[in-house]
Ligand binder design. Structure first.
Ligand code: AMP
Length: 193
């Protein structure tokens, strides 16, 4: 099977992180979480981290130029060229989706599938309150959910129009959801000739 280039989408708290780990193990691709990249930059006290911290704490979105630059840099590395990638937390806006398409195209790749883990808003809110991460105040959680509906949910149409969208029911045990995702990926990714 050729290297897989996939996106995982879902509201914060939909189980994207857990499922991303399982998927990268199953498909042998690199997990690129833009939230993890930003949190590492904050922890390391870099210029990027300094700029990103206030935005992240308020539940806002870091600028498209910064995010597109981070993704371009990572996707250009050899490990991803060889093994493929699972993008988690990117794209979040239609500008980022256009940038992703252009970056992959420049590198001679294309997107194979966008998995959408569907979990209702009340369920994810309860999960995130339980999770208790430092940037998870109720206000920030609500702001992120609003931004998701406003900016990220419309991306589902962007992927769907390209025949790349695979929506799975994200309510269930991690094993159940994982099985649904794997079948959806196999159904949606381009079949080898
Ligand atoms: P996540 O771990 O994906 O929930 O990301 C945590 C925070 O990092 C988000 O609430 C945003 O502030 C920021 N972030 C992560 N990815 C992006 C992105 N693609 N565009 C803008 N901001 C992002």
């Amino acid at each position: 099977m050729p290297a897989l280039h996939m996106v995982i989408l879902g509201r914060q708290g939909s189980g994207k992180g857990t499922q991303s780990e399982r998927l990268t193990a199953a498909f042998g691709c690199i997990h690129l979480s833009t939230g993890d990249v930003l949190r590492a930059a904050v922890a390391a006290g870099t210029e990027l981290g300094r700029q990103a911290k206030a935005v992240m704490d308020s539940g806002g979105l870091v600028g498209d130029d910064i995010m597109n630059g981070i993704v371009r840099d990572r996707l250009s590395r050899d490990d991803i060229a060889a093994g493929g990638v699972l993008l988690d937390g990117f794209p979040r806006t239609s500008d980022q989706a256009d940038a992703l398409e252009a970056i992959l195209d420049e590198l001679g790749h294309s997107l194979d599938v966008a998995v959408n883990i569907d979990v209702p808003i009340d369920v994810v809110t309860a999960r995130m309150v339980d999770r208790g991460r430092s940037d998870d105040t109720l206000e920030a959680i609500q702001r992120r959910l609003e931004l998701y509906e406003e900016q990220t949910a419309p991306l589902l149409d962007w992927f769907d129009a390209r025949g790349l969208l695979a929506t799975v029911d994200g309510v269930g045990t991690p094993d159940e959801v994982f099985e649904r995702i794997v079948s959806a990926v196999e159904r949606t990714r381009p079949q080898p000739a």
